[in-house]
Design a binder for this molecule. Structure first.
Ligand code: EPZ
Length: 416
């Protein structure tokens, strides 16, 4: 299996362009099923999850045309086939086919979704939402079988502001009779991206990006077109890398409002940067201050960034903490950072980082996507060579990561 070889300590300068967001794109592709004929999505990142979603679309008899980063999906001959385990288990987002197939056919057969092992990650809120719309959900072996005579809108309160449940219920609700109101909806940019795609098809949705989303029944949706929002986690990852190794490193093509929480924490650690529209220029600081981070739903500090930010905190002079409030098991990469020389200790959902520590290259196994990104950043600041194994988990979230980093001076390559 291929591995990633990283030679650390090379200063990075030049420009990194941000790709379309994985977590938006993986919802937008399944959302295309709501169109009667053709739809088009621009700026789709070329990553593994997208390849598998296209395979699922093909199982459902859709035709997908890919041109650079644009994907055209033709659902004219859509058929309701069961989604097999070998495809659905490849990623979490396969669950978005529940909402769209339920809307189109009132029947869904799908094997359990996969995704990174970062906690229990139940989907009870998705199921409760479908049930509120009038669907019956059964689990038979490793499959969800969801059926409905008809879907009827109503008021759905989410116990947790879940990104996946908000999007999935919104997808199903467009075909529900009357009006559906989702309360305590998640407010992440991914939800706005999906809602605006549905609106481009003719859906009647208001409130996406707030805690109350109202969806009115909209039939005959067609001709959807949208662009995937810039990946706020990819942008934040490279910005943190710039804080550690940048020399006038420019990161370009993000939406500033989407990364405010991360920029605020950079201010807290004493890192300067220059913001100019959709571009940031960053040169590594001489010294970093410790800080405390608590992951929160958007617009709070994103859980998807805490592992990468922890690498920066290993360099801060003093004691920092990271409190993880979303997932129970997202500190595996911190244990691996300790093998590289970091001084971190996890107690329940709080990670304490004592710094500054110097890191040394090691051979390590990527535990999960963002943990892999953290180890990549750690490798780039370490003395010596780091070899990362199990890299498909990392590559599934960062389009052209090796090429982008090489172009700004990183010594990094995939080896067999
Ligand atoms: C999305 O996951 C992202 N994944 C995650 O990205 C991200 O960490 C997460 O949102 C939070 O921002 C995709 O978009 C594919 P949630 P999702 O439903 O939708 C609990 C990455 O590295 N919950 O908002 O699955 C759940 O266990 C990843 O890119 C329930 O209890 O996240 C978690 O504790 C990983 N019941 C919390 O809510 C449910 O029915 C938030 O989960 C649903 C969720």
């Amino acid at each position: 299996m291929s591995k990633l070889k990283i030679e650390g300590k090379n200063v990075l300068s030049g420009t990194i362009e941000i790709s379309g967001a994985k977590n938006s794109a993986v919802a937008l592709l399944p959302a295309s099923l709501l169109c009667k004929t053709k739809s088009k999505i621009f700026k789709v990142p070329k990553i593994r999850d997208i390849e598998y979603l296209i395979k699922i679309l093909e199982v459902l008899n859709c035709k997908c045309k890919i041109e650079n980063n644009a994907v055209e999906i033709d659902t004219t001959h859509l058929k309701n086939a069961p989604i097999p385990e070998e495809l659905s288990e490849q990623m979490r987002a396969s669950y978005y086919f529940m909402g769209t197939l339920l809307a189109r056919f009132k029947k869904v057969e799908i094997s359990f979704p996969g995704g990174c092992h970062i906690g229990a990650r139940p989907i009870d809120l998705h199921i409760k939402g479908f049930e509120s719309l009038g669907a019956k959900v059964e689990i038979i072996k490793n499959k969800y079988i969801i059926t409905a005579d008809k879907l009827i809108g109503g008021r759905i309160y989410l116990d947790i502001a879940s990104v996946g449940a908000t999007i999935n219920i919104m997808l199903a609700a467009v075909s529900a009779e009357g009006k559906t109101i989702i309360e305590n909806a998640a407010r992440e940019p991914e939800i706005v991206n999906v809602a605006s795609y549905l609106i481009s098809m003719g859906a009647k949705i208001t409130g996406a990006g707030t805690s109350t989303i109202i969806i009115e029944q909209s039939l005959d949706l067609d001709n959807g077109v949208t662009e995937v929002f810039p990946d706020r986690i990819e942008a934040s990852t490279y910005i943190v890398l710039g804080a550690l190794m940048g020399e006038n490193l420019k990161i370009k093509g993000f939406i500033k409002e989407h990364i405010n929480a991360v920029l605020t924490k950079l201010n807290d650690v004493g890192q300067d940067f220059e913001l100019n529209g959709d571009e940031i220029t960053i040169t590594r600081a001489k010294k970093y201050l410790p800080t405390n981070i608590k992951t929160q739903v958007y617009p709070g500090f994103p859980t998807d960034m805490q592992q990468v930010f922890t690498v920066l905190l290993t360099r801060a002079s003093g004691e920092s903490t990271v409190t993880e409030t979303i997932y129970e098991s997202r500190f595996k990469s911190a244990e691996l950072l300790n093998q590289m020389g970091a001084n971190t200790a996890a107690c329940e959902n709080v990670l304490t980082i004592k710094g500054p520590t110097e890191l040394t290259g090691k051979s390590l196994w990527v535990p999960d996507l963002r943990g892999g990104a953290a180890l990549l950043v750690a490798g780039l600041i370490s003395e010596g060579t780091t070899i990362l194994d199990n890299i498909p988990l990392l590559l599934r979230g960062y389009e052209d990561v090796v090429e982008k980093l090489k172009a700004v001076g990183a010594k990094i390559e995939i080896i067999e």
